[in-house]
Design a protein around this ligand. Structure first.
Ligand code: EPZ
Length: 418
């Protein structure tokens, strides 16, 4: 599973280049299953990408990957049965169901796994497929869909689900007629998926506005595309500078994508300056609490930064209530931060009261999901003494060699494989 060994107390200083976005690359790779030959640059070298490539190969695609660029030739794709092993590893495997429905009019799949953040049902995905004309059958662990004929339609999402929005975009791409998604997610990764699909010849508009319109086409063409920078990795590294009273410069960022994040760090007393394609953060000796913070769909503060900002708030002056309004129990990191001396009350799995303390202390703690693991590393960078973050495999799902980047910024962190 691997573990990080961290000696806290070093101020992070220096410059890091941000890589491609996990949450943009995964839907784009699923979209490649719709097409012909797709060349996708700036793919992060992380285990979730590797797992996604395994799915593409099992479906019959020809895949090559040099750690940065993925080439997918989907012309030979023949299977519409999604593999259980890979589906139970990650939630984003769900996105292949929309692609398979669009391309073959059918699929068989297993209930998706992924970070345990709450129930994470798939009702919005399956009901959308039914609206398009598919017959969806749900078993205990598996579900299937067949469709004699799919027809574009209007779909209004009860919640602006990122995955459901992306899945409907994929399901509608090769489906005749016009599909309109109302109350669609507005995350930047939705725009990146639209840009990829349009580059491949699809007719998609409105991403980022809350209403996405897809006009079905008969087939896609060869495409070459570069994935957007990872806004959550950028936010995590800004947090690393903020929690260690450091000063960093991140290159290859899109200001608009990370504005909801750096604006909060400014409110906490960090000095943020924007440059062309880059951002700088210089931290104060001690951050200020926020009083109250809610996570919500974009353009609000992202849930994927909730564990990381909790680590910051745990060491800030003053208090803060965090309202995690997207997932009902994104709280597996709370008990571990408390082991390090944080004063956090977990009210009900999604409301947390934090009293900032002047100093955390090192401890042996356990990553239980991707962003929670990242938060524990941040806490270890600031803590007095040594912190061991176990089960690094969770962090490796979404961060490409995070310890190398942090070492380059001056952190005393080692990755020990085990
Ligand atoms: C995506 O997950 C991201 N994953 C998550 O990032 C992110 O936290 C989430 O969007 C919210 O921004 C990828 O992009 C691969 P949702 P997704 O559907 O699509 C409920 C990370 O750390 N819901 O927007 O699964 C759901 O239970 C990961 O990188 C339904 O009720 O998120 C949740 O409460 C973690 N029914 C809320 O919507 C459904 O059919 C938001 O989920 C679907 C979702």
């Amino acid at each position: 599973m691997g573990e990080y060994h961290i000696i806290g107390g070093r101020r992070l200083c220096g410059e890091v280049v941000i890589g491609g976005s996990k949450n943009a690359a995964l839907p784009i790779l699923a979209a490649a299953a719709l097409g012909r030959r797709s060349v996708i640059h700036n793919c992060p070298k992380i285990s979730d990408v590797e797992c996604t490539l395994e799915i593409l190969e099992i479906l019959g695609c020809d895949v090559s990957y040099d750690g940065r660029t993925v080439v997918v030739d989907a012309r030979g794709m023949a299977s519409h049965a999604l593999p259980k092993e890979q589906m139970t590893k990650m939630r984003s495997s769900m996105l292949f169901t929309g692609a398979l429905l669009s391309r073959f009019g059918q699929f068989s799949a297993h209930n998706p796994g992924g970070c345990e953040l709450g129930k994470r049902p798939i009702n919005l995905h399956l009901n959308a497929f039914r609206s398009l004309g598919a017959k969806v059958t749900e078993g205990e662990q598996e579900f299937f869909a067949t469709a004699d004929r799919l027809e574009g339609c209007k779909i209004c999402l009860d919640f602006p689900s990122v995955g459901a929005t992306q899945n409907i975009m994929l399901a509608a791409t090769l489906t005749q007629g016009v599909t309109t998604i109302k109350n669609a997610a507005k995350e930047p990764e939705i725009i990146d998926l639209q840009n990829f699909l349009v580059a491949a010849g699809a007719k998609v508009t409105g991403a980022g506005t809350g209403t996405v319109v897809i006009e079905g086409v008969d087939e896609l063409r060869d495409v070459e595309y570069s994935v957007m920078p990872d806004r959550i990795v950028a936010g995590t590294y800004l947090a690393a500078a903020a929690i260690t009273r450091g000063s960093v410069r991140l290159k290859n960022v899109v200001h608009g994508d990370i504005r909801p994040i750096f604006e909060k760090f400014s409110e906490m007393g960090a000095a943020v300056t924007l440059e062309e394609g880059a951002i700088c953060l210089a931290a104060p000796d001690r951050l200020k609490g926020l009083g109250y913070l809610a996570t919500n769909p974009h353009p609000a503060f992202p849930t994927d930064m909730q564990p990381q900002i909790m680590a910051l708030l745990a060491t800030a002056r003053g208090n803060c209530t965090i309202d995690e309004a997207v997932f009902e129990s994104r709280d597996k990191h709370v008990s571990e931060l408390v082991k390090m001396g944080a004063q956090i009350e977990n009210c009900n799995g999604s409301i947390f009261h934090i009293e900032g303390v002047a100093q955390l202390h090192g401890a042996t703690v356990y990553a239980k999901d991707l962003r929670g693991g990242a938060a524990l590393i941040l806490a270890g960078l600031a803590a007095q003494g040594k912190t061991v973050v176990k089960d690094a495999v969770y962090v490796e799902r979404g961060y490409e060699a995070m310890h190398n980047d942090l070492q380059a910024l001056g952190a005393d962190i080692k990755f020990i494989s085990s």
